[in-house]
Design a protein around this ligand. Structure first.
Ligand code: COA
Length: 308
C-alpha cells in the first residue's frame, strides 16, 4: 500500500522504505530519544528491529509509516496506524525527531501534516496519541496540534496521557436548505428518512421545518417566493443529496422501507452498485422530484462514479 507524500514548509514526509533503515537507526542513536520508551533504540539492533516492524506493518489505506526529510536528510519518523494499545484499533499518531534537529518546531510541523492527512484527507472521525506522562516536549507538541487530554492509563508499560484530536467544523456544511412545493409531503419523506438516520427535529415554523445531526442541519421550506412549482434534478442546481449510512444492511433496509414513506427507488436494475462496482448505495426519489443517495461507508473507502 503506497502512502502519499506530505509536504510542509520545511519538510517532506514520504513512505518509509527499506533503504531508509540506516538513516532511521541514526535518528534513534541518541539514548535521549528512547528516554520515555520501554526499549532503548540507541542500540542499533533494537532500532533495526523496530524498522522491521514498521516496514512489515499493513494498515488501512492511507495509514502507515513515513520518514521526515529536511533538505533530503532523514531527520525523523512519523506514523498513523491502528493502535495496538487503545480499544478498537483506533488510529494512533506518533512522531520522532532526531535530537540534533529538535527544538525547531519540526515535530509540530510534521505531526500536523500527518494529523491533517488523517482527519481531512482520510476523513477519520478522530486521531489518538499516547504520550508518556513526563514527556513534556511531546505533550507540548500535542497541545499545539489541538489534541484534547482525555485521561491517562498504563500504555507501553508506563503511565501515558491519552489524547484525542477531532476534526474541526471549519469548512464543513453548516446547513442545506431545500425549497419544496409541498411541506407536508417533504415532511413525510425527508422527515422519515432523516429520522431513521439519527437526525432530530431542530426548528419549525409555518412554512418550514429542519432536522439536525451534529453540526449540520437540513431545512425544507415551502417558501412563498418559489419561482416554479416543481424541482427538476436534471436542471442546474441540486441533483441529489448523498448521506452516509453505517452498514450495507442498513442501506438495504432503508431502501426496502422507503416506498412506504414517499420515496421511489431509482436505478433498480443496477442496485446496489449504480454508482460503480465498489460503491454500495441506494438512490431514491420523492414525489417532489428530490433525489437522495444513501451510501454505505463500511469497508475500504472508494471513490464513486457519478450515477446520474
Ligand atoms: C518529542 C519530540 C518529537 C519533539 O520534537 P521537536 O522537533 O523538538 O518538537 P517541536 O520543536 O515541534 O516542539 C517541542 C516543544 O517542546 C519544548 N520542549 C522541549 N523539551 C522540553 C522539556 N523538557 N520541557 C518542556 N518543554 C520542552 C520545546 O521548547 C518546544 O516548544 P517551543 O516551540 O515552544 O519552544 C522529540 O524530542 C523526540 O523525537 N523525542 C523522542 C521521541 C518521542 O518522545 N516522541 C514522542 C512520542 S509520543
Amino acid at each position: 500500500m503506497t502512502l502519499p507524500a506530505l509536504t510542509t514548509a520545511r519538510l517532506v514526509l514520504r513512505q518509509l522504505v527499506e533503504a531508509d533503515r540506516e538513516a532511521v537507526v541514526k535518528v534513534f542513536s541518541d539514548p535521549e530519544m528512547s528516554r520515555f520508551f520501554a526499549a532503548d533504540f540507541s542500540d542499533p539492533a533494537a532500532a533495526s528491529a523496530m524498522v522491521d516492524r514498521r516496514l512489515s506493518s499493513r494498515g488501512p489505506a492511507g495509514q502507515g509509516h513515513w520518514v521526515i526529510e529536511r533538505d533530503g536528510e532523514v531527520v525523523g519518523v512519523a506514523h498513523l496506524r491502528p493502535s495496538g494499545e487503545l480499544p478498537g484499533g483506533v488510529p494512533e499518531l506518533g512522531y520522532y525527531v532526531a535530537s540534533a534537529h529538535a527544538g525547531q518546531g519540526l515535530a509540530t510541523e510534521a505531526a500536523r501534516a500527518v494529523l491533517d492527512h488523517g482527519l481531512h484527507a482520510l476523513g477519520l472521525p478522530a486521531v489518538w496519541a499516547l504520550v508518556h506522562e513526563n514527556n513534556a516536549a511531546s505533550r507540548k507538541v500535542a497541545t499545539r496540534l489541538g489534541f484534547l487530554d482525555v485521561g491517562s492509563g498504563i500504555h507501553y508499560g508506563d503511565l501515558h496521557r491519552v489524547l484525542v484530536a477531532l476534526p474541526a467544523v471549519h469548512g464543513r456544511p453548516h446547513h442545506v436548505e431545500l425549497w419544496v412545493p409541498d411541506l407536508a409531503e417533504a415532511e413525510r419523506s425527508w422527515g422519515w428518512l432523516l429520522g431513521e438516520l439519527g437526525w432530530s427535529e431542530f426548528q419549525r415554523w409555518a412554512a418550514g421545518v429542519s432536522w439536525r445531526l451534529g453540526g449540520t442541519y437540513v431545512v425544507v421550506e415551502a417558501s412563498p417566493a418559489l419561482s416554479v412549482p416543481e424541482h427538476d434534478r436534471m436542471r442546474p442546481g441540486l441533483n441529489h443529496l448523498a448521506l452516509h449510512v453505517a452498514t450495507r444492511a442498513q442501506v438495504d433496509d432503508l431502501a426496502a422501507r422507503a416506498a412506504e414513506h414517499g420515496w421511489r427507488p431509482l436505478f433498480t436494475d443496477r442496485y446496489p452498485h449504480a454508482g460503480g462496482p465498489a460503491h454500495y448505495a441506494a438512490y431514491l426519489e420523492n414525489e417532489a422530484g428530490f433525489e437522495v443517495e444513501l451510501v454505505a461507508v463500511e469497508g475500504p473507502r472508494q471513490e464513486n462514479a457519478p450515477a446520474e
